[in-house]
Design a protein around this ligand. Structure first.
Ligand SMILES: Nc1ncnc2c1ncn2[C@@H]1O[C@H](COP(=O)(O)OP(=O)(O)O)[C@@H](O)[C@H]1O
Ligand SMILES: [Mg+2]
Length: 253
């Protein structure tokens, strides 16, 4: 079966640092796959390489079997790749609905046609409201983003990614900055997304990762350390060593 996302021998260096060192990864359609690893391991860079924000030095990225390695970011978005960022990038003074509306308008070109067709505007609003409903954000539709608790702002980012009608959704620490009491709500919502969407998630909270992911890839110093089921990964002494080492570093500043 053709993988929804396949990465073959992908490499990227920033000067002397190998941030992606011969990465191989294959996600079947509908996968719930997590990417974990210490800070600086190259997780965000890998997402950037998949979206085309960063260009690889060598290797290939395939979407549904088609090579997309040389495509621009915009072309990859049109092919169905959407992502959220580690730090949120919303229009804070616009309402939740307006943010999602603009994202749909960008996809469909409706924003350029607004003054010509009132019908297209209504369709865009309807779709935006659907996305908000699927993320339990309907009650906040008309509030400016800046007034929302941070956890709900992070859900708006996911709504914007969904507005691109993605086949592949890349979530870079979607619960970062959110109190742990609220982070589970975000993951509950992500767990209920359309099962046809292939999801790759970067997440630090191991409880969340082990509950959500079917498979986990561990990245360390730009290379894949190991890949396996949550049970295999949690039992792996090398993974434990990395995370214990990181905790010790944090304690000693
Ligand atoms: N644009 C860039 N230029 C130079 N170095 C970068 C750039 N982006 C990331 N890096 C470096 O690449 C490494 C991996 O970073 P990143 O992918 O952000 O890691 P992670 O998301 O796993 O914490 C780090 O050492 C980081 O400093
Ligand atoms: Mg990162």
């Amino acid at each position: 079966m053709t993988a929804a996302l396949e990465i073959r021998n992908l490499r990227k260096n920033f000067g002397a640092i190998e941030v992606a060192n011969d990465i191989n990864l294959a996600l079947p359609r509908g996968a719930r796959h997590a990417l974990i690893g210490p800070n600086g391991a190259g997780k965000t860079t890998l997402v950037n390489l998949i979206t085309g924000r960063v260009r690889s030095s060598s290797g290939q990225v395939l979407l549904d079997g088609d090579e997309i390695t040389s495509l621009s970011q915009a072309a990859r978005t049109r092919r169905g790749i959407a992502r959220t960022f580690q730090v949120n990038q919303l229009f804070r003074n616009l309402t939740v609905l307006e943010n999602v509306y603009l994202a749909i308008g960008e996809r469909t070109g409706a924003c350029n046609r607004l003054w010509r067709s009132a019908g297209s505007e209504a369709a865009v609003i309807e779709e935006a409201l659907d996305h908000l409903q699927s993320l339990a954000l309907s009650s906040d539709a008309c509030r400016p983003v800046r007034e929302l608790p941070y956890g709900r702002q992070r859900l708006v980012e996911i709504a914007i990614a969904l507005a691109q009608q993605p086949k592949l959704l890349l979530l870079d620490e979607p619960a970062a900055g959110v109190p742990s009491s609220e982070s589970h709500l975000i993951l509950d919502v992500i767990s209920r997304l359309d099962p046809n969407i292939t999801i790759l998630i970067i997440e630090h909270d191991m409880d969340v990762v082990f509950r959500f992911a079917q498979r986990i890839t561990v990245l360390a110093a730009g290379a894949v350390l190991t890949e396996g089921t949550p049970d295999e990964i949690s039992a792996d002494p090398r993974v434990r060593a990395i995370y214990l080492g990181e905790k010790r570093e944090a304690q000693h500043g």
